[in-house]
Design a protein around this ligand. Structure first.
Ligand SMILES: Cc1ncc(COP(=O)(O)O)c(C=O)c1O
Length: 362
């Protein structure tokens, strides 16, 4: 169980009725002093360097533990998109090689491959409620060199079975590249089932903009020939970081990881899933069906008529949600309370009749 009063101490600026953590999450107050601490250390120039070295080592250990990999496997790049583009440019493809993506996936894991000369990209189309893991595995062929996907789908909240997908990739001698932007923080140990796993700082890691944590495994490192080179990854290094990482972002990641890990990753996951299940069940009872068969992440996507107007009407009632692919995306997290869910469900009870997916009118 999450102690809501203890949470309030970490998040004094927590907005009530906030259901948009899949866009940008609330940041704990500890991040403020952590970032100020970096500025203080840098104020002493290289004389503050022992502080930075301690910070960079510690953040690697904290995040590696959480992702289920060794600290040496972790680096910090600018953002998820940059990381996946760097990965795409580091795999030595030859003519006829193929990469598999999901046709309706977020652009960051899907688009970078289209820009690699000579590479064939297979976009696998799936339907609502399809088993996306099975569809991806079925698409793997002898020419497949990589599969690049989001762990948790940014619109529907669907969760891929990475263990099963990774086994299939290993059997086919293909790499599994995972965009964990909507998952990291809620799925401890997930990077064990990927050759590259990328986690964005500003969503479920609660650390604000400015960094992406990248875990690479041996199967990637053994093949990688980075396309972006600097003094930190001179050949034959497989490392993707070409220069210094964002120290402020790392301090934020460290402070947020300590808060999250102090509360307990399993407790946070259980709390979040209890909220998404309540929202999905409550909305389904009101005739607004969730896109995913069973909520298993922090995202619930509701099929509604005229989602933009519904979002505005919720906003008028102090409730923040968003529209993605024509659906109402609702994303609670650690700082969301059951009172917030009561507020949302009572607003939806009032508004649902005008927004039923078939026959709703505004
Ligand atoms: C699945 C997914 N990947 C990547 C991103 C963007 O991440 P970044 O800004 O770190 O590139 C988002 C943002 O919403 C996302 O949902």
């Amino acid at each position: 169980m999450i102690d809501e009063r203890a949470i309030a101490d970490h998040f004094p600026h927590r907005p009530r009725g906030y259901f948009d953590h899949a866009a940008v999450s609330t940041v704990p107050v500890e991040v403020e002093s952590a970032v100020a601490g970096v500025a203080r250390a840098l104020g002493r120039g290289t004389r503050g360097s022992s502080d930075w070295h301690e910070l960079t080592d510690d953040v690697s250990v904290l995040l590696a533990d959480e992702l289920g990999v060794a600290a040496t496997a972790v680096s910090v790049l600018a953002n998820t998109g940059t990381a996946i583009n760097s990965v795409a440019r580091a795999i030595p493809f030859v003519g006829g090689d193929e990469v598999i993506v999901l046709a309706d996936d977020f652009p960051s894991p899907r688009m970078p491959w289209h820009t690699i000369p000579g590479l064939s990209v297979q976009e696998v189309a799936t339907t609502a409620h399809a088993d996306r893991t099975t569809a991806l595995i079925a698409a793997i062929s002898p020419g497949t060199r990589a599969v690049s996907v989001t762990h948790v789908h940014a619109t529907t909240g669907d969760v891929l079975d990475l263990a099963r997908l990774h086994d299939a990739c290993v059997s086919a001698d293909a790499l599994l590249i995972v965009d964990g932007a909507q998952a990291a923080g809620l799925f401890p140990g997930a990077a064990r089932h990927a050759d590259v796993y990328v986690a964005a700082s500003y969503k479920w890691l609660l650390a604000g903009f400015g960094a992406a944590v990248v875990a690479t495994g041996e199967r990637f490192d053994d093949r990688a020939v980075p396309g972006l080179i600097g003094y930190m990854n001179e050949p034959p290094s497989p490392r993707l970081a070409v220069g210094h990482s964002n120290l402020f972002g790392m301090a934020a990641l460290q402070a947020a990881a300590r808060v999250r890990q102090g509360i307990g990753l399993e407790a946070i996951r259980a709390h979040t899933l209890s909220l998404t299940r309540r929202i999905a069940d409550g909305a389904a009872d009101l005739g607004l069906p969730p896109a995913a068969a069973e909520p298993a992440s922090g995202i619930v996507s509701l099929t509604v008529a005229d989602a933009p107007t519904l979002t505005d009407r919720l906003k008028d009632r102090g409730i923040t949600t968003t529209v993605r692919d024509g659906a109402l995306r609702v994303s609670p997290y650690l700082t969301t309370t059951h009172d917030d869910v009561d507020l949302l469900l009572s607003a939806l009870t009032e508004l649902a009749p005008a927004h039923h997916p078939h026959g709703g009118h505004s």
